[in-house]
Design a binder for this molecule. Sequence first.
Ligand code: AMP
Length: 614
Amino acid sequence: MATFSINLKDGTIVKPSELIVGIDLGTTNSLVAYMKDGAAHCVKSADGKSALVPSVIYFAPDHQVIVGDEAKEKLITDPGNTIFSIKRLMGKSYQDIAGHSAYFGYQIIDEDREALVKIRVKDKFYTPIELSALILQELKKRVEAELKVPVSKAVITVPAYFNDNQRQATRDAGKLAGLEVLRIVNEPTAAALAYDPAESGTIAVYDLGGGTFDVSLLQIEGGIYEVLSTNGDTFLGGDDFDKAIVEHWMTQLGIPVERLRSDKHFSQEIRLAAESAKKHLSTFDSFDAQIDDLPLALTRVEFEQLIQPLVDRTLQCCKNALKDAALGIQDIQKVVMVGGSTRVPLVKKVVSEFFKQPVFDEINPDEVVALGAAIQADILAGNQQDVLLLDVTPLSLGIETVGGLMDTIIPRNSKVPSKAGRQYTTSVDGQKNLKVAVYQGERDLVEHNRKLGEFILSNIPAMPAGMPKIDIQFILNADGILTVRARELRSGLETQVEIKPTYGITEEEMGMMLLDSIQNAQSDIAIRGLLEARNEAQNLLLSGEKFLKQHDAILSAAEISETRQLLQTLKDACAGSDKDLIHRQIEALNEYTTPLAHRAMDSAIGNAMKGKRV
Ligand code: AMP
């Protein structure tokens, strides 16, 4: 029940402002922030030093679950029971992360390559959702301890490229942690909000964190935040810088890569040494250390050579984002740096050179997303009504139509939330069921796109082909989660599903899907033309047969035989792949049968009029 206070001086009713916290659930670190006196604050550790809660979970021998700094220390001493980088596994199947599994110190279950990943700790299996919920619980505990009130509502940020499944998984993790997730917000959008909710212009948000890279181009005008385009890579971040250093050291010292797999203790220790080296080199020119009597050294110049290809990959994403938004570098008024890895001097230098301007880095790049999430939470609580957020969907969404063609309903880069629909019909007389298969991607044939799910609209009342009117609506909510609704308009029959894909998609795949669609555009058009011709011919063949059956009384033997002959020729043409031949046969059949159809119609009208007085 809602409670209100009444201001006895002027009689106004004051609704207590609702506390909604903002959470940055990061790959490496997570943070929670809230609004106080009109400004966003991050909850700091007990010693007041840092707001970062390492996204690391330790399962202690006494069954205690420890999250944060203390758990991070266990990465070395007890790697098998210590979980990190769980965000990389959100909504993923084993197949999706193949090739990266050696990098995780813990055990990933791979019994079914297509199933969602599970992690084994001791004798229990955990989903990434359950593990993320443990991190969220810790954040909830910290903010409650600081504010001394229970917290039950949150806004959680995700990378702009998270798909439906990954967003849904994040939402489920929140629920499991006892938090109602009011909104899933893209990280770059949150960062832009933190910089200046009231500003105007076109800005680029460059977010290089521990595990993911995102670049978003945002247009901000009159308090409206609109994401013009997004691009990124979920397997590119500071962790990869660490990995590059580890590989460099292993080669230099002649240690076989196999040792990373067989010696978990060593693998974690060298990984942490690599991270220390990287951070050290953000300020100093060289690094020296020793583990297990192994000398580890690295200079800033060497480090920069190692990571140059990785940094270059982020620039390719920037180019793609600009292209998608039809913008040039000169259109970008501000470049905002987000994520711990933007502290690397080479990253700042390269990005600044690319955009031909100095970058904005004055807000702590670790906190900026959480601070923005708190501001978004404040907007949702109704405290900042003049700010609106608009995001876009990264890939087109559509359904499969006859012949395996993709019929796009919501095109890529459409604003979310968004709703679009189209009417379809049946292709067979008396058809009772209609399968609605939902796909994501840019190619003309669904087989080249990614299937998100399917459902069946069943018990359609028996009607001739083409009679039912089936309205299919795609409703994409503000979190980017898709609901598909199918309704037969004549009977009111309705079915709907919320699409939760069986497993996730990597940004490499997403990039490949976009690239494919460009490279194969020509052949796709040719295939689409052929399939459409075949579909048209198929419909004509069906109605031609039906016409012969219904009207044989008014047709001569020669007419029946000629029509049959034309139907057969069309059927033969359909078996081949000459689209133009199919079109010619369709025309020939139409030309011959149109007068016959008119005669049939006249005769039907004549019969109906018989015996009736006018
Ligand atoms: P985030 O996901 O935004 O928390 O970013 C974490 C990443 O930033 C990790 O890979 C850290 O190693 C990296 N990082 C943090 N501080 C620094 C620093 N001073 N120099 C370079 N990388 C850093």
